[in-house]
Design a protein around this ligand. Structure first.
Ligand code: NDP
Ligand code: 8X3
Length: 259
């Protein structure tokens, strides 16, 4: 792949870097020579990740649901980390798979607060610096769930539909500035996502990927990196990617593909 826009020494802030897609993106951006601000609640995971990377990192224990902490964190970045070039809004989760009227209110709040409000808080804190500096790229991890609603998924799908709207609206709001806005929207990716969704039920989580070759975090990171390395005048608005065995949020071919 040709890197049209060099990431060498660029500052990339990744939320949800402690696992899955965020962690894979950290590796991909590090391989491209970027410097990384890695955020998540589990600091030990971030430390283990940073030890594997051969680029400078700045680690932040951050719950994106905490608006005051988000604003404070961005405002008080050390001078050498202040000028964020790329924001990857990746932190997110699903809780349960249940009819809306039977949902646990805590699960609803956690999804909306993390996937929608958290993403808004981080964007609100980071975007003004990009506008002032006349450079930047905001990449949101949406989902096919934002394009196709599925049964028992009303809440999670609504949060990802919100991410789609936020991406589209932000692109309009930033029109006239050089700041780019992208959404990368995957289907099935095998990460800790389903374990979190099913509150630690690993057996149920395993069944989500049974008989399918799902995407990996690295597959998604590959697309994120592609979007981030286009020439400065090119904005990739939205990318939907799925495993070959998946045709929609609900249509998954569950037999191994021939080798
Ligand atoms: P993982 O569970 O593996 O990773 C989720 C990451 O989000 C973790 O690093 C977690 O860190 C972080 N996170 C969760 N809540 C918070 C919070 N309140 N504050 C800060 N960080 C938080 O799942 P994925 O890698 O799969 O998920 C990443 C993104 O991809 C999510 O937005 C998800 O919706 C989206 N996605 C996933 C798909 C899939 O099939 N896996 C498909 C489409 C989209 P920590 O717990 O340490 O805070
Ligand atoms: C995660 C993919 O299909 O479980 O966003 O909603 S799905």
């Amino acid at each position: 792949m040709s890197l049209n826009y060099s990431l060498t020494d660029k500052i990339v802030l990744i939320t949800g870097a402690s696992s899955g897609i965020g962690e894979a993106c950290a590796h991909a951006f590090a391989d491209a020579g970027a410097r990384l601000i890695l955020c998540a609640r589990r600091m030990q995971r971030l430390q283990e990740l940073a030890a594997e990377l051969k680029v400078p990192t700045h680690l932040i224990a951050l719950d994106v649901r905490d608006q005051v902490a988000v604003e404070h964190t961005i405002a008080s970045l050390p001078a050498e980390w202040l000028e964020i070039d790329i924001l990857l809004n990746n932190a997110g989760l699903s809780r349960a798979l249940t009819k809306l009227h039977e949902y646990d209110i805590q699960d609803i709040d956690e999804m909306v607060d993390t996937n929608v409000k958290g993403l808004l808080y981080v964007t609100h804190a980071v975007a003004p610096g990009m506008v002032a500096r006349g450079w930047g790229h905001i990449i949101n991890i949406g989902s096919i769930a934002g394009h196709w609603t599925y049964p028992n998924g009303a809440v999670y799908c609504a949060t990802k539909a919100a991410v789609k709207s936020i991406t589209e609206g932000l692109k309009m709001d930033l029109n006239g500035t050089p700041v780019r806005v992208t959404s990368v929207d995957p289907g099935l990716v095998e990460t800790e996502f389903s374990i979190v969704r099913f509150h630690g039920d690993a057996e149920r989580a395993r069944k989500v990927y049974e008989g399918v070759k799902p995407l990996t975090g690295a597959d998604v990171a590959d697309v994120v990196l592609f979007c981030a390395t286009r020439p400065a005048h090119v904005n990739i608005n939205d990318v939907i990617l799925m495993p070959v065995a998946q045709a929609s949020a609900t249509q998954v071919y569950r037999q191994p593909l021939p080798a």
